[in-house]
Ligand binder design. Structure first.
Ligand code: AMP
Length: 282
C-alpha cells in the first residue's frame, strides 16, 4: 500500500512521468469462474484482501453495493466522490474551486483526485487497512492507466441500469446530514429496454431519526444529472472497454432494488454472506 501511495503522489505531481511498473501490492488470490461473464472473480480466501473497482453511471448504486461488500469482506470502501464532498465541507482553499466544478457536474482534475486518494490511502494505511473497493475511480482512461501502473486490480464490477431509472434515482436520492447514510424517495417502475424485464424499485426510506435531517446533493438536479451522464458516456465509458480488454470486467445488470439485486450480486461474485459473517465473527 505504501508503494501505491507514493506512486499516486508522484503521478499527481510529475505530470505522469513513467514512474515504474506495477507495485505488487496484491497477491493473486483464489479464482472462481462466473457462469455468465467471461471473467474470474478473485474472492479472498481467509487472510487475503480484494482490490476491486466499481464502475457505473451516476445513480446506478455503486456506493450502496460497494459499501455492503466492503462490510462483508472487511475491506475499506473508498469513494472518490465522498473524498471530494468531504473536501467541499472543509474550509480549505481547494473547497471553493471544487464546488464550482462539482456543482456543474464536471470532473475534477486528475491531480486533485490523485492527491485526495493518496491522502485517504495514507490514513487507511496508518490504521492498518488492507485491500479496497474503489467507487468513482478510475473515471477516465488516464486514471485507469495510472491505477494499473501502481497496483493490480483483481476485478472490476460494472453495474448497469437503464438511463431513465438513473435519472429518477438521482432525483430521489437523499442523504442524512447527520449519519451520512443514503436513502431514496423514488418509487421506480419502468419497462425494461430491448425486451428486458420491467424494473421496479421500492423507495429506500430513512428511519424516523433521519427524516428531518435529509439533504439533497447539489449535483442531483435534473440538468446536472444529465450533464454527469453525458460526461460518463464521454469520459468514463471508455474505462469499461479498458478493463473489458483486460478480461477483468464483470457486467452486472441490476434486476431491481436491493432485495432483488444484492443476493444476485453475491451469487455472481461467488460470495456466501452467511459464511463471511460467520468467519468475521470467529
Ligand atoms: P460521485 O459521488 O462519484 O458522483 O462524485 C461526485 C463528483 O466528484 C463528480 O461529479 C466529480 O466532480 C468528482 N469526482 C469524483 N470522483 C472523480 C474522479 N475519479 N475524477 C474526477 N472527478 C471525480
Amino acid at each position: 500500500m505504501a508503494a501505491m501511495i507514493r506512486l499516486f503522489r508522484s503521478s499527481s505531481s510529475s505530470s505522469y512521468s513513467r514512474y515504474f511498473s506495477t507495485a505488487a501490492v496484491s497477491e493473486t488470490v483464489k479464482s472462481q469462474s462466473y457462469p455468465r461473464n467471461p471473467v474470474t472473480t478473485n474472492v479472498e480466501p481467509k487472510g487475503k484482501t480484494v482490490q476491486w473497482v466499481f464502475l457505473g453511471c451516476p445513480g446506478v448504486g455503486k456506493g450502496t453495493y460497494a459499501s455492503r461488500l466492503s462490510t462483508l469482506l472487511g475491506v475499506p470502501h473508498i469513494a472518490t466522490g465522498d473524498l471530494v464532498r468531504d473536501e467541499l465541507k472543509s474550509s480549505g482553499s481547494l473547497s471553493k474551486q471544487l464546488a464550482e466544478i462539482v456543482n456543474q457536474g464536471k470532473l475534477v482534475s486528475d491531480e486533485i483526485i490523485l492527491n485526495l486518494l493518496s491522502k485517504r490511502l495514507e490514513n487507511g494505511e496508518a490504521k492498518g487497512e488492507a485491500g479496497f473497493i474503489l467507487d468513482g475511480f478510475p473515471r477516465t482512461v488516464r486514471q485507469a492507466e495510472i491505477l494499473t501502473e501502481v497496483t493490480d486490480i483483481d476485478l472490476v464490477v460494472n453495474l448497469k441500469l437503464p438511463e431513465s431509472v438513473l435519472v429518477e434515482k438521482c432525483l430521489g436520492r437523499r442523504i442524512c446530514s447527520e449519519c451520512g447514510k443514503n436513502f431514496n424517495v423514488a418509487s421506480i417502475d419502468v419497462a425494461g429496454e430491448n425486451g428486458a424485464p420491467r424494473i421496479t424499485m421500492a423507495p429506500l426510506n430513512p428511519p424516523t431519526q433521519c427524516i428531518s435531517k435529509l439533504i439533497t446533493r447539489a449535483d442531483d438536479t435534473e440538468d446536472i444529472v444529465k450533464e454527469r451522464l453525458r460526461i460518463y458516456w464521454d469520459k468514463s465509458q471508455p474505462v469499461e472497454d479498458f478493463y473489458r480488454s483486460q478480461g477483468k470486467l464483470l457486467e452486472f445488470d441490476l434486476p431491481g432494488g436491493i432485495p432483488e439485486s444484492w443476493p444476485k450480486l453475491l451469487e455472481v461474485l461467488n460470495l456466501d454472506e452467511q459464511e463471511h459473517k460467520l468467519s468475521a465473527a470467529a
